[in-house]
Design a protein around this ligand. Structure first.
Ligand code: NZQ
Ligand code: ZN
Length: 391
């Protein structure tokens, strides 16, 4: 196990009715809030009204900015930062899924950069960590990205078609309210994509060459098995509180950092998917359901033992040493079937994506670096080969 530091400072408030206290938590951070949300799902399921009432009851002044789209855009961050400066906002509240949260975190940081700086050019593209940000609160409506308790954002530049991530401790939300009842209104497609994303966050940590990490291996395997069990049930019973609660808590833990401690994580598959998202604007979780099986088929020879462990412990493939390759491929096959059964595409061609931009995406992914990922250090050629396997 490698050395590490770990801190998870977000105050998580989980369960039925918790959204009614949002005003109290915001008021503890400031008097004027930017209420940030997406395309209107929170108005349709009633959450917006509850949040606004709670903020008003707590005496918090509200400035609103909706309209965040999936794969959130840099243009919205610029708009939000200008608004926060003009209105002297002192807290940013995200009510939504990963896109709204990432946009809110970006706004919170971009508001406090110097006037002459540009958040995209000077921070995101340079991987320069913001050193301050307005405090951020979250009401989570979609368990998937894990952004509610972590330091990351993933933003798309509408003009350059780059999708890039950035992390800073200053962008970690101060609190995250999670009431799984508000996840009932999710379309099955979003529940499936969110589940695939949660699984992907577990896999990015699972596939490592670091040895003596049995404790976190077992936690990752338990989390994967939980998702494999509950996600299909939640599609059949979208208003089952307990199923929604399992997914929501697993989604947060999967990506708050704890499960990757003491080991080298991979993240190559996310990078492959971000290039797809940037150009084709596909849903993040579905892109991962396509790219993970392809990545696995390409890289398993780097460490067959780890893939045997995955197949046997996570997918219950029968263990027999003399048939190592069959065990591994059967594990990958079962995962692919699982994603398909959730109703997700598992091939790029199902989303009408052809091979015309594979080279371009691979080069963009490797811009400024020699390799990407850790389990296998991918070159441009590797990335193109993996996209081909996903076709
Ligand atoms: O915009 P609204 O109307 O709210 O609708 C959204 C959106 O259309 C809808 N939705 C959300 N909650 C709902 C709901 N519909 C009905 N009922 C509800 N309760 O779902 C759609 C998708 O929302 P979005 O926020 O885009 O989904 P998700 O949470 O999967 O976030 C995806 C984004 O997160 C990034 C992805 O790259 C992508 O841009 N990620 C962020 C990470 C991070 N910050 O750590 C890590 C992840 O790996 C990921 O990259
Ligand atoms: Zn993800």
């Amino acid at each position: 196990m490698n050395n590490f530091t770990f801190s998870s400072p977000t105050n998580v408030i989980f369960g039925k009715g918790t959204e009614q206290d949002v005003g109290k938590y915001v008021k503890a951070l400031g008097n004027k809030v930017l209420l940030h949300y997406g395309g209107g799902s929170i108005k349709r399921n009633g959450l917006y009204d509850v949040v606004v009432k709670s903020l008003q009851d707590a005496g918090v002044e509200i400035v609103e900015l909706g309209g965040v789209v999936p794969n959130p855009r840099y243009s919205k961050i610029k708009e939000g930062a200008l608004l926060c400066r003009k209105e002297n906002v002192d807290v940013v509240l995200a009510v939504g899924g990963g896109s709204v949260i990432d946009s809110a975190k970006g706004i919170a940081a971009a508001t406090l950069i110097e006037e002459e700086e540009d958040f995209w050019d000077d921070y995101i593209m340079k991987k320069r960590r913001p050193v301050k940000a307005l405090p951020i609160g979250v009401v989570l409506t979609l368990p998937a990205a894990g952004s509610e308790t972590n330091r990351g954002i993933v933003i798309t530049n509408d003009q350059t078609q780059f999708k890039r991530s950035l992390g800073s401790d200053h962008m970690i939300p101060k609190f995250a309210i999670i009431n799984p009842e508000y996840h009932y209104s999710l379309p099955n497609y979003q529940t499936a994509c969110g589940s695939a994303d949660i699984i992907a966050h577990l896999l990015e940590r699972y596939f490592t060459h670091t040895t003596n990490v049995d404790f976190s291996d077992r936690l990752l395997e338990a989390s994967l098995r939980t998702m494999i069990h509950v996600a299909p049930l939640a599609l059949k019973n979208p208003e089952d509180y307990n199923l929604r609660a399992e997914i929501a808590w697993c989604g947060t833990i999967a990506h708050n950092g704890i499960l990757g401690k003491g080991r080298v994580e991979d993240w190559g598959t996310h990078s492959l998917q971000h290039e797809l998202g940037a150009i084709y604007d596909i849903t993040h979780g579905e892109g991962l359901a396509i790219m993970f099986p392809a990545w696995m088929k390409y890289v398993w020879k780097e460490n067959p033992k780890r893939f045997v462990q995955f197949a046997t412990r996570v997918w219950n493939v029968d263990y027999a040493v003399e048939k190592e390759e069959e065990i591994i491929l059967e594990g990958i096959r079962r995962m692919e079937v699982f994603f398909k059964d959730l109703g997700l595409a598992t091939r790029l061609s199902e989303l009408n994506i052809d091979d015309s931009k594979f080279e371009e995406m691979a080069k963009k992914m490797l811009l400024g670096k020699e390799t990407e990922g850790n389990f296998k250090k991918m070159t441009v050629e590797d990335a193109v080969n993996i996209y081909k396997l996903a076709l």
